[in-house]
Design a protein around this ligand. Structure first.
Ligand code: SAM
Length: 509
């Protein structure tokens, strides 16, 4: 008999799954969740109340694995985003080998490894590297889905899993096994699989400052924001300073952490944990407790701030919301605790910016007290106004100061791109545009700028790709962000410009 379940039951089931596995399901997935819940009730013979209650209470440990099997996306393949494996082979491994000469030991982690393709790809990279045989190198691979881990241990794959693997690597490391392929023992022997739940605190999985390289790709995107934040905190504590973190190509640390440098090589972005000395007030290594958070002397400098990272994360959003609000209705005290007590008011400068009175707006910002020089939103607005006014050298200096506080600030990277271009540094400009576009995939202006740079350089293919993308994004771009970064042009003008450029490149707008 099919059990009848109501919307309240599904909502409770969603919350329980979020609590235990950290998985996020939006309303569009409610039917899928209802089907899964119904199947589990049928299979276990339990009533809805008892079943969901046991998940909530964390009593049904076997059921967690089954739910992980039924609810997670386990898509993966060997050498997925191959550029990240190149960066591992040519940057991350050599740097970590140099740093570990004393211990001759390297620890890698594949967090959310699914059927093991990623961990084994690392196994191949490590085995093909020039690491001396005397080194102790191991790759720990963890996932919450036991059926995927069973597959990983077998190391037998369909040829589809090798769709991004070169023929040469296939020949060297795989041998046919019926219609499938089997990975050679030499690439398997360093990899160890374990069933672990990233959503739960697990001191054994996260020893402080132990991993040299962590791959946690295409996992955060399925997690609740608070779980993703926790996972990043654990990874941060567990990575040795100078260690590397690779995320999926659509995932960023923007808004999640200030403990990393953004690295960009081999056409891909990844992160390197800052050295301890670069993290003022960081207490990760000394007190690796779950409640540890990064603090900075800057927090003390801004009375009542609820955390430096949060303050920085919201900086450009707050400017945008201020820009959106009619000037009379702006009460900075309500926007964020960072503004208590309000000591400088961006409202007047933003109103002047809206009226295209850039020089007057800059005068207002310049007249702020000295403490404002460390407020990320003041720095961003100042950099915008300086760029508008053509003072690129000072704008660049302001951007650098902002990036020193918040390396993952997409707006600052975009403004840096404009400044670099003004200096004739096309490559530097493109580099910053790419960083801005990676950090915030919805940000239209860096795409438009990349398109213009490519067209001027005669690279019509790249120009068309970027301009097409910019055209799409411009139509949805936030009005306040256009006000800040649109260079004084409105949406329609920018869209017209984009279309004209596409036509000039021989494309169809
Ligand atoms: C799309 S796969 C990514 C596989 C591989 N990292 C890649 O990028 O090709 C996502 C994996 O994350 C795992 N996962 C999701 N939530 C998890 C959790 N709370 N703990 C451990 N693994 C989790 C899923 O089981 C799934 O195997």
């Amino acid at each position: 008999m099919t059990v009848v379940i109501g919307t309240d039951d599904v909502a409770r089931f969603r919350a329980a799954v979020g609590r235990r596995l950290g998985l996020h399901f939006d309303d569009g997935k409610l039917v899928f969740l209802a089907d899964t819940l119904r199947q589990r009730l049928d299979a276990t013979g339990r009533g809805c109340e008892a079943y969901v209650g046991s998940i909530e209470a964390g009593l049904a440990t076997d059921e967690i694995g089954i739910l992980a099997r039924d609810l997670t996306v386990s898509e993966t393949y060997f050498f997925r985003n191959i550029e990240q494996f190149r960066a591992t082979a040519e940057v991350a491994l050599p740097e970590r080998i140099a740093a570990r000469q004393g211990q001759k030991r390297l620890r890698l982690l594949s967090a959310g490894c699914a059927s093991g393709d990623e961990a084994y790809s690392l196994g191949i990279v490590v085995t093909e590297s020039a690491i001396d045989a005397s080194w102790d190198v191991s790759i720990r691979a963890v996932d919450v889905n036991p059926s995927m881990l069973e597959k990983a241990v077998r190391a037998q794959y369909s040829t589809w899993a090798l769709r991004e693997t070169s023929a040469e690597v296939q020949r060297r490391w795989f041998r046919p096994e019926g219609r499938d392929v089997l990975l050679a023992e030499e690439a398997r022997m360093r990899v160890r699989f374990e069933e672990r739940n990233l959503a739960q605190d697990d001191p054994e999985l996260w020893p402080p400052e132990s991993y040299d390289i962590v791959f946690c790709r295409n996992v955060l995107m399925y997690l609740l924001p608070e779980t993703a934040q926790r996972v990043i905190e654990r990874i941060t504590r567990s990575l040795v300073p100078g260690g590397f973190l690779f995320l999926g190509h659509a995932e960023t640390l923007r808004g999640l952490s200030q403990s990393f440098h953004l690295r960009h090589t081999h056409g891909t972005f990844y992160y390197q944990r800052k050295e301890r000395a670069e993290l003022p007030g960081c207490t990760y290594a000394q007190a690796p407790s779950e409640s540890t958070s990064e603090t900075s002397p800057l927090v003390a400098a801004v009375d009542g701030a609820d955390g430096w990272i949060d303050a920085i994360r919201r900086a450009s959003e707050r400017i945008e919301s201020l820009a959106r609000t009619p000037i009379g209705a702006q009460v900075r005290r309500e926007v964020s605790p960072i503004d208590q007590p309000p000591r400088w008011d961006l409202g007047k400068a933003l109103e002047l910016l809206k009226n295209e009175r850039f020089a007057a707006a800059l005068d207002v910002v310049q007249a702020f007290p000295a403490e404002a020089a460390i407020d990320p939103e003041v720095l961003l607005l100042r950099a915008v106004l300086l760029t508008h006014g053509g003072s690129f050298a000072v704008a660049e200096d302001t951007c650098r100061r902002l990036l020193a506080i918040d390396e993952l600030n997409a707006g600052a990277h975009y403004l840096m791109a404009l400044c670099r271009e003004a200096e004739g540094d096309r490559e530097g400009a493109a580099e910053h545009d790419q960083a801005a576009a990676y950090l915030d995939p919805a940000f239209a202006m860096p795409r438009l700028h990349l398109g213009l740079l490519a067209r001027r350089h005669g690279d019509r293919k790249t120009a068309l790709q970027e301009l097409d993308q910019a055209l799409l994004l411009l139509q949805r771009e936030d009005a306040p962000r256009l006000l800040l970064f649109g260079g004084g042009f409105g949406r329609e003008t920018l869209i017209d410009l984009c279309r004209a450029e596409i036509v000039a490149c021989g494309g169809q707008p």
